[in-house]
Design a binder for this molecule. Structure first.
Ligand SMILES: Cc1cc2nc3c(=O)[nH]c(=O)nc-3n(C[C@H](O)[C@H](O)[C@H](O)COP(=O)(O)O)c2cc1C
Length: 336
């Protein structure tokens, strides 16, 4: 059911952190929100795992009081089990429930979950209707423009039918399932879908910079933009996009000090949440982006990749920060 609180989420052209397995966890959501993300979606939660009470599913479902607004995304291939899982997810008090109908990974789509639903749009719409009728919270769907390689993408007709089923908003990753993450996202499909429905449509795919976010809004007229991979390397994209959208100003990128501090903060919070060594390893996919442009970044990253301990990684980063400060001081003295 669409509520005023739900509609308010889309009033100011939100820039949304995409659901990303092993990335969009509670720690990363908090970092991105502090940097300007207006709305976050959890990593996808397997409906079966959730109903079995599996530990990983329970971890993904846990939303702290300040983790808001955050939607919980679920996936599965059985409508009744998905509806049951949605009811469990609802108890965690998310902003809404999102259903994953876009994951292209063969072990998921091949079993009828994720983008597998795109092979049978009628079944997808029926499943969405069942979930809408089961929970009190608004239900949204994240999907792709088609399964591939259709010439005319089914997303237009599907958007209308999902709206008819009571879905409150739609996120469109503007690629087909068969494209995976390759090829260019074609935002024109989000615009065409947006034109035929009254619910908010969020455009996703290849939004990498603040300029991309602005262009995606301008070209599609969509209600929101969703950022995935670019946030892994550059979570500052949220404040840069927010500032550009609100004021027309292009913010400068983060300073070296900010980059090092974000690394430290992410490490500390990850280890607090997940312990060592997992909490340390989880950050590795972010490193090349976080350290981008720093003097000696490649060597620094290599050192960090070989250390599984929080204290070791913090010492490496502290030493880099001390070098940076000493060099800045030398430059300052030389210029006097
Ligand atoms: C590491 C990774 C994990 C992902 N996990 C999910 C997921 O759990 N649920 C989902 O709907 N999409 C998932 N996606 C897809 C993203 O949400 C997004 O649709 C896709 O990356 C396209 O957006 P982008 O071009 O901004 O990255 C994942 C993508 C990546 C790179």
């Amino acid at each position: 059911m669409t509520t005023p609180a739900f509609r308010a989420l889309f009033e100011n052209r939100p820039v949304i952190l995409a659901p990303m397995e092993d990335v969009s966890d509670a720690v990363f959501r908090r970092l991105c929100r502090a940097l300007g993300a207006d709305l976050c979606v959890t990593e996808f939660v397997n409906a079966e795992g959730l109903l079995r009470g599996c530990r990983n599913a329970r971890r993904k479902l846990k939303l702290d009081a300040d983790d808001t607004p955050t939607a919980i995304q679920i996936y599965g291939s059985n409508p009744e089990r998905l509806a049951e899982a949605a009811r469990v997810a609802e108890e965690a008090n998310p902003a809404f429930i999102d259903i994953n109908c876009g994951c292209w990974v063969p072990k998921i789509a091949g079993r009828g979950a994720g983008a597998g639903w795109l092979r049978n749009p009628t079944a997808m719409v029926e499943m969405a209707k069942l979930i809408v009728g089961t929970v009190k919270l608004p239900v949204t769907v994240k999907t792709r423009i088609g399964y591939g390689p259709e010439s005319e993408m089914p997303i237009i007709e599907l958007a209308k039918r999902l709206e008819g089923a009571g879905v409150s908003a739609l996120t469109i990753h503007c690629r087909t399932a068969q494209m995976g993450h390759s090829g260019k996202a074609d935002w024109s499909w989000a615009r065409k879908a947006r034109e035929v429905v009254n619910i908010p449509v969020v455009v996703n795919g290849d939004i990498k910079t603040a300029d991309d976010a602005q262009r995606a809004f301008d070209e599609t007229g969509c209600a929101g933009v969703m950022v995935g991979r670019a946030a892994i390397e550059h979570p500052w994209v949220f404040r840069e996009a927010r500032t550009l959208l609100d004021t027309g100003v292009h913010l400068a990128g983060p300073t070296a000090a900010e980059r090092l501090e974000l690394c430290r903060e992410h490490l500390r919070k990850n280890v607090e949440a997940r312990g060592e060594p997992h909490g340390v390893r989880v950050i590795r996919r972010h490193l090349s982006g976080y350290l981008h442009g720093l003097k000696g970044a490649a060597a620094l990253r290599k050192q960090l990749l070989f250390d599984d301990t929080l204290s070791g990684c913090l010492a490496i980063l502290d030493a880099a920060d001390a070098r940076r400060k000493a060099e800045a001081h030398e430059v300052w003295i030389a210029s006097q």
